[in-house]
Design a protein around this ligand. Sequence first.
Ligand SMILES: Cc1cc2nc3c(=O)[nH]c(=O)nc-3n(C[C@H](O)[C@H](O)[C@H](O)COP(=O)(O)O)c2cc1C
Length: 165
Amino acid sequence: MKKINLPKASALTSPNPVTLVCCEKPDGTTNLATVSWWTYLSFNPSMICYAMAKTSYSGEMVRANKKVILTIPGSKIADAVVGCGSTTGRNTEKITKFHVEMQKLEGSAIEVPLHSRVAIQCTLKNFIEVGDHYLYICNVDEVYGNEEEEALFAWNGYSEIRPAK
Ligand SMILES: Cc1cc2nc3c(=O)[nH]c(=O)nc-3n(C[C@H](O)[C@H](O)[C@H](O)COP(=O)(O)O)c2cc1C
């Protein structure tokens, strides 16, 4: 084996997971951001975590509201997933710009894309500084699934978004 760096390693581990982090903006609408760095943490109690750059708008919103929904986007919205990963909710109304059809989840002000394979509704427990990111550690409130939607993954590092098959 030869010495490589972490970005190169993340290309070698492709396909990597892809989520859309859904959070509430001050005007009550939802912001969507593409996030690969997430994992399950615990089944009992149900917990997950994800890491986002310190500068992300989503991070600012979730640290304030303590509510977030992670979704596994369906293959029909692959282009929107790319768009949500290259624009910020600070100056872009992403749902309108990328024509994402949304649905409501019971008891949540945050909406999620209609084409979602999984939605994990969470409350932020705490967040930890990890280098240039914050690690968001979340308690899971509810989980929703739809087997008819085909999950998306990131290929070649994070440059291509398509299903695993
Ligand atoms: C495939 C893909 C995966 C990404 N994964 C992450 C991630 O794990 N963490 C992160 O901070 N940003 C990730 N990004 C970049 C964010 O989506 C991007 O910075 C976005 O502008 C953040 O939006 P926001 O400012 O509205 O929160 C990813 C982008 C793409 C295209």
